[in-house]
Design a protein around this ligand. Structure first.
Ligand code: F0G
Length: 344
């Protein structure tokens, strides 16, 4: 039987209401790509759950198939979200598929080009606000409390249901949960979903390493960050909606939440690219955290199976690369010039 998407595959494990009307782009079913080079260095078994290969290029599609399917089934006409970009593109695509109006609020000037372009291409009404993601989230919560517009941020419980499918896939592929799972933490919906999914599936529990960017690390600091700042704009969030649950996941799993610098994130992005995986900066935070922690053996990765979740594709944020690279050399379209330049 051809693949029919996540709700079809894992429906019995997802707490979705009977009125749910499936809207799918055949999301999920993403590969666990081994990283043999780095695994040798870190002396562990290492895999990337490459969520950038979802239909809109990020893990958000898992939760969005569930949230939009539920909204459509209850005859919602309009959906809205606040977003650092990926949720916006995903909501826009699934709303388009379902024939719903989609409004997205983004922080002015802080959304990577590939995400903004996606949201516009799929036909969302994009509004920039003079404020942060956290301000945008406050606004969309208020408007959905006062109007029939449906909220599709990860405060929506069906988003969490959909995102549980990634831990299900990991357990199905390996036969059990890995020893460690490392992932970036922004608004904290994803870490909450992974922990809920592993607990529900009963194939063992990983220890969870949640990683924030140093300039946007409220869960590490233990207080909200009023003006979060990081090059990893996807996780530029100062007041995570599911912060409590993120801390619980780290604590219950005997894991931790740590912060890494932008330089460590960019290094991890380069390392992943050197093994053939181009991910957006926030997506590299999980690996940056793993490297920071294994350096001193603090997470005892040796001999263990470790999965790092790479949440979004590198093509989401091309300017992080193009702003820093040297413009490729220009030569005449001439064989001898080419040969002289590159050698034999
Ligand atoms: N990685 C990427 C690429 C993201 O886009 C996000 C969140 C995260 C990690 C963090 O996930 O919020 O569940 O802890 N992006 C949201 C958005 C906020 O609007 O696209 P989280």
């Amino acid at each position: 039987m051809p693949y029919q998407g996540l709700i079809h595959r894992y429906g019995p494990y997802l707490n979705l209401p009977a009125h749910t009307q499936i809207v799918s782009l055949l999301e999920g079913n993403t590969p666990l790509v081994p990283l043999p080079g780095l695994a040798r260095e870190l002396n562990c078994e290492l895999f990337v759950k490459f969520e950038g290969l979802n239909p809109t290029g990020s893990f958000k599609d898992r939760g969005m198939t569930a949230a939009i399917s539920e909204a459509l089934g209850r005859r919602v006409k309009t959906v809205i979200c606040a977003s650092t970009g990926n949720t916006a593109a995903s909501a826009a695509a699934y709303a388009a598929r379902a024939g719903l109006r989609c409004i997205v609020l983004i922080p002015e000037g802080k959304v990577a080009t590939g995400k903004l372009a996606g949201a516009i291409a799929y036909g969302a009404e994009v509004i920039q606000i003079q404020g942060s993601f956290d301000d945008a989230l406050t606004l969309v919560v208020e408007i959905t409390q006062k109007t029939p517009i449906a909220l599709v941020n990860s405060i929506n419980p069906y988003r969490i249901e959909g995102q549980k499918t990634s831990p299900f896939e990991i357990c199905d592929e390996f036969g059990s949960a890995p020893d460690w799972l490392c992932l970036p933490v922004g608004n904290a919906g994803n870490i909450t979903s992974y922990w809920a999914g592993f607990k529900q599936y009963q194939k063992g529990l990983p220890r969870i390493l949640g990683v924030q960017a140093e300039g946007a690390a409220p869960l590490v600091l233990g207080r909200p960050v009023e003006k979060p700042e990081t090059i990893a704009t996807a996780i530029r969030i100062g007041k995570p909606a599911r912060g409590e649950q993120a801390l619980e996941a780290a604590h219950e799993s005997n894991g931790k939440i740590i912060a890494v610098s932008d330089a460590q994130i960019l290094d991890a992005q380069r390392i992943l690219a050197s093994e053939g995986l181009w991910v957006e900066p926030a997506s590299a935070a999980g690996l940056a955290g793993l490297i920071a922690e294994t350096g001193s053996d603090r997470i005892e990765a040796k001999g263990r199976r470790v999965v790092i979740v790479c949440t979004g594709h590198g093509m989401k944020d091309p300017s992080i690369i193009t702003e820093s690279f040297e413009i490729p050399q220009v030569i005449p379209a001439d064989y001898q010039t080419l040969f002289d330049m590159i050698g034999g």
